[in-house]
Design a binder for this molecule. Structure first.
Ligand code: URA
Length: 189
């Protein structure tokens, strides 16, 4: 584990730990407030993220931007990253060995950010962070507390683009997140 962002970012610069590296254009490390109370974890970069080197800047990202706006939080206020930092070809789900190879970077990001709330966007984030026994359909919308971090699993924004009904549940889950955030802030005053 690295104790500074500089060391961590240097350690990933030429990463060759898995088979996603030959086809990536940019490593998408993550961005946002490095002392954020809320961290969002997605699945992996898509084409836009791969070309810009930034997380959630494509279609799913535009939806996330609307969500932050609607909830009264700023994108710059939170920290955003993914399970894998390099784009899986054709946007397929990251394979187990790829996720495993990349997870130490994410664990290190969590240790450095020290978020109080982690929003798990979709099944890949849920299963890789909390365990394969969880399913997104039954876990979403329910708080899971582990080692002082409050986890909220919800739909991946790309799923909302395919299913209008999921939008309602996604909003409900994110409202829960904002309520918890307010609650935590008022306790720490
Ligand atoms: N989908 C993700 O899971 N992450 C991104 O960064 C973009 C799309």
């Amino acid at each position: 584990m690295y104790e500074t962002w500089e060391e961590l970012e240097n350690s990933i610069k030429d990463c060759r730990k898995c088979k996603l590296c030959p086809t990536r254009h940019n490593i998408v490390f993550g961005e946002g407030n490095k002392q954020a109370d809320i961290m969002f974890i997605g699945e992996g970069p898509g084409a836009d993220e791969d070309s810009q080197g930034l997380p959630f800047v494509g279609k799913a990202g535009q939806l996330m931007n609307k969500a932050y706006q609607g909830l009264g939080i700023k994108r710059e206020e939170v920290y955003i990253t993914n399970i894998v930092k390099c784009r899986p070809p054709s946007n397929r789900v990251p394979e187990e060995d790829e996720a495993r190879a990349c997870l130490d970077y994410l664990r290190n990001q969590v240790i450095l950010v020290k978020p109080k709330i982690i929003v798990l966007l979709g099944s890949t984030a849920l299963k890789n962070i909390l365990g394969k026994e969880y399913g997104i359909t039954s876990a979403r919308g329910k708080w899971i507390e582990q080692k002082g971090i409050h986890y909220m699993p919800t739909w991946h924004p790309a799923a909302l683009l395919r299913d209008e009904n999921k939008k309602i549940e996604f909003w409900k889950d994110l409202k829960e997140v904002v309520n918890k955030y307010e609650e935590i802030k008022s306790q720490n005053k």
